[in-house]
Ligand binder design. Structure first.
Ligand code: GLN
Length: 197
């Protein structure tokens, strides 16, 4: 069965591995190029996207990840991981580079300082019941390319209508942290996408 790696240089690595396992997938942490070469898909956790970019470069994972993404490897990016997948960033620092592949523009820290963290119930067409999402200094998606499917938007409050979950072929991304709430449906959705290859 396919193996899903979790980028393990920053973020909630154990939680993502646990959720993937709960979803019936085989999962393991990835810190080195040799480990990346042995997995079929990757999860990029939340954290701080410029730090993650630097760590990925320092551990010689940046270019191999870019290449695997270009070759069609499925990736699930969450929060900072979504930023890393985005083709374009706004509200970031000058010169911040991403792995790319996901045809969206993402705004970093989009919900504003005064709402550093918040929680919201989100509707997904693929799920019967709402998904309870935890946002931490989260980005949102400001532009989606023609091949990008919007999976969920915020449905109440000042950020109503903001895009917070997208899929572009084999790339899945959420603004929030799906590893924190014990709900494995998004990891299951990703594992299913990986199994379909
Ligand atoms: N604000 C972070 C960034 O811009 C992302 C926050 C997170 O991953 N929880 O990289």
């Amino acid at each position: 069965s396919p193996v899903i790696g979790v980028f393990a240089l920053q973020g909630n690595v154990r939680e993502h591995v646990a959720m993937l396992t709960q979803a019936g997938a085989e999962a393991r942490p990835v810190r080195r190029p040799s480990e990346l070469a042995q997995v079929d898909a990757m999860v990029l956790p939340g954290g701080e996207s410029t730090t993650m970019e630097k760590l990925a470069r320092a551990f010689e994972l940046f270019e191999p990840l870019q290449k695997r993404i270009a070759d069609g490897m499925p990736v699930f990016g969450t929060c900072a991981g979504m930023i890393l997948l985005a083709n374009e960033i706004t509200g970031g620092i000058a010169g911040q580079e991403t792995l790319g592949g996901l045809d969206v523009t993402v705004r970093r820290n989009a919900f504003g300082r005064q709402v550093d963290s918040f929680e919201a119930d989100l509707e997904f067409a693929a799920f019967e019941a709402p998904y309870h999402a935890v946002f931490i200094r989260a980005p949102w998606v400001e532009r989606v390319g023609p091949q990008v499917e919007v999976l969920s938007t915020v449905s109440s409050g000042p950020a109503t209508g903001r895009i917070v979950a997208v899929r572009h072929d084999r790339l899945l991304a959420t603004s929030f942290h799906p590893e924190l709430t014990g709900d494995a449906r998004l990891h299951g959705y990703f594992a299913e996408l990986v199994r379909e290859l």
